[in-house]
Design a protein around this ligand. Structure first.
Ligand SMILES: [Zn+2]
Length: 247
């Protein structure tokens, strides 16, 4: 049942498999968490998106036979550059890193890769997956918007997805469930609504929020976080069937 061959994946953020675990698991599909290092208001850490991508990946690896990779922890956060601590790499670099990882996996006999993305600003990943068709490595980008919608419904998330953009109900809920020790006081009183963000890419986040939050973290709960992850794990099954129909 557990493709990583160990229950250790359910406890930490990083996969702890040995080469023998991977040999025994014989997984044909790899999962690569992709996070970011960007501001998430005053109450969530810069690594929030990485923690979320890793939490999704470890739950997926505990439920399905996949090769669980460690995360990419810095990505495309240029819209958050106005806040201290945020670090980015270019879209071209992220594209190259992901393609290199896919090539390496293919040389070791793994021909399918799911990008588990925790940061909405990584637009380039859509192009990476788009361009992978016919390249010899089958790819998918997970979770898709329909997967998030299903998980949000299951968890009873109240904020609309457009309003719940950053450090809001969903992200805070997942951390409250998966790593509550990372959530600092203040999320209960940090709501910020900014539904009109027409020029976000041009102006950056700071044009629309002073605190860095866009959403309603006061609505977050650990129970919602647990159900969000459970919903996403359910949705992953379809991706596995798509990429590895023989499993
Ligand atoms: Zn985030």
């Amino acid at each position: 049942m557990n493709g990583s061959g160990t229950r250790q994946t359910a406890s930490g953020l990083l996969p702890l498999d040995t080469t023998e675990d991977v040999r025994a698991g014989r997984a044909g599909v790899a999962v690569l968490p992709i996070g970011s290092f960007e501001q998430h208001g005053a109450f969530l850490p810069l690594v929030t998106d990485t923690v979320i991508a890793c939490a999704i990946a470890r739950e997926v690896a505990a439920a399905y036979p996949v090769h669980h990779l460690p995360p990419i922890t810095i990505s495309c956060s240029h819209e958050h550059a106005a806040w201290p601590g945020t670090v980015s790499i270019s879209a071209a670099t992220l594209n190259a890193v992901v393609r290199d990882i896919a090539d390496s996996l293919r040389r070791s006999g793994i021909g399918a890769l799911v990008l588990v993305n925790g940061h909405g600003g990584n637009y380039v990943l859509r192009n990476v997956v788009q361009e992978s068709a016919g390249s010899g490595t089958r790819m998918a980008l997970f979770p898709g918007s329909a997967d998030w919608d299903a998980a949000r419904n299951r968890a009873g998330v109240q904020t609309r997805s457009h309003s719940d953009m950053h450090a809001g109900e969903v992200e805070t809920s997942i951390l409250l469930h998966a790593h509550p020790e990372l959530v600092r006081p203040g999320y209960e009183t940090s709501d910020c609504t900014a539904d009109d963000r027409k020029h976000l890419l041009t102006l950056g986040m700071h044009a629309y929020t002073e605190s860095g939050v866009i959403g309603r973290p006061s609505m977050a709960s650990a129970v919602k976080g647990k159900e969000l992850l459970a919903g996403l794990v359910d949705s992953f099954g379809e991706y596995l069937s798509l990429l590895a129909p023989e499993t």
